[in-house]
Ligand binder design. Structure first.
Ligand SMILES: [Zn+2]
Length: 254
C-alpha cells in the first residue's frame, strides 16, 4: 500500500485545509477497502453533503474523513455542532475515518470509528466564531476521540503499517454486535464499556464495576437503581460476546 499523498493534487488550491482535504480524500478512495463489508473499493460522493464524503457502492455505508497532522490527540475538530447532534440523534451520522499524516504527507495512522459508537456525549460544542469572523456566530464541534471506547477505534494503519484486512473486518464485525439505534441504551453501554476498559486486570468482579457507580450516576442522574442497571448492561455485553461470566460474580474480558 502506497502511503504517500499525491501532492500534485494540491497545486490548484490555496488554503492548507483544502489541500489536505483533497489529498487525503483521494488517497483514501484510491487505497482503501470498505471496512464494513470488505468491498475492495470505496468512492467519493458526487454531491458534497455537509458531513459525509465517501460511500461504499456495495453495502451503501457512508463515511466521513477527518485528517490531522502529527498525532490524533484527544480531540478532532469537526463541522457544525447542531448538524452533528441532529445526525446522531436521528441515527443518520456517518462512520468516521480519522487519519494522521506526517509532515511529508504520508499516512501514519488511520482509524475507523463505526457510526454506532457516537453519542452526544462525545461531541463537544465549540465557542461561536467571533463577530469579526467571516461566519460570525457559527458553532462548530470537537469529537472527543479518547471518550470513544477502544472497541470502537479500529486501526487500519498503525505507525505506517497496514493491519491485515481480515483483522479489520473481524474487529468491525465484533464491534457491530454493539450496534443499537436506542440512544439511551447506547449511552449506557458505552459508559459501562469504558468503565470495564478502565479496569486494568483481565478479570473483574461486580464489586470492581460498582466502584464506578458515582461516575455513572453523574452521567445518568435520572436513574435511581444504578447497580441494577450496571448488571443489565453486563448481561447485554455478555450476550454479545464482549465479556464472559466465570462464576461467583466474576467476569472476564474477551
Ligand atoms: Zn461496504
Amino acid at each position: 500500500m502506497n502511503l504517500q499523498f499525491d501532492e500534485t493534487l494540491a497545486e490548484n488550491y490555496r488554503s492548507v485545509p483544502q489541500k489536505i482535504r483533497v489529498m487525503s480524500e483521494v488517497w483514501l478512495v484510491e487505497n482503501l477497502f470498505c471496512p464494513c463489508c470488505g468491498n475492495s473499493c470505496i468512492e467519493k460522493l458526487k454531491n458534497n453533503s455537509p458531513v459525509a464524503d465517501i460511500y461504499c457502492g456495495n453495502c451503501g455505508e457512508i463515511f466521513e474523513l477527518k485528517s490531522k497532522r502529527n498525532c490524533i490527540g484527544s480531540k478532532i475538530v469537526d463541522g457544525a455542532y447542531r448538524t452533528m447532534i441532529e445526525r446522531i440523534n436521528s441515527n443518520v451520522n456517518p462512520h468516521l475515518f480519522v487519519m494522521n499524516y506526517s509532515a511529508h504527507f504520508s499516512v501514519k495512522n488511520l482509524v475507523f470509528i463505526p457510526k454506532f459508537f457516537f453519542t452526544a456525549d462525545v461531541i463537544e460544542r465549540r465557542r461561536p466564531l467571533s463577530a469579526n469572523a467571516r461566519r460570525a456566530g457559527w458553532i462548530g464541534c470537537n469529537i472527543l476521540y479518547k471518550k470513544i471506547p477502544e472497541q470502537g477505534r479500529i486501526e487500519i494503519i498503525r505507525d505506517g503499517k497496514k493491519i491485515e484486512t481480515d483483522e479489520v473486518l473481524k474487529l468491525y464485525s465484533h464491534a457491530k454486535k454493539l450496534q443499537t439505534d436506542n440512544l439511551n441504551l447506547r449511552g449506557w453501554m458505552l459508559d459501562v464499556i469504558n468503565c470495564i476498559n478502565d479496569i486494568t486486570s483481565e478479570n473483574f468482579t461486580l464489586k470492581d464495576i460498582y466502584r464506578y457507580a458515582d461516575f455513572l450516576k453523574s452521567r445518568h442522574f435520572y436513574n435511581h437503581n444504578i447497580e441494577a442497571k450496571i448488571r443489565q448492561q453486563l448481561q447485554f455485553l455478555r450476550d454479545r460476546g464482549f465479556i464472559k461470566f466465570i462464576g461467583r460474580g466474576t467476569y472476564k474480558k474477551i
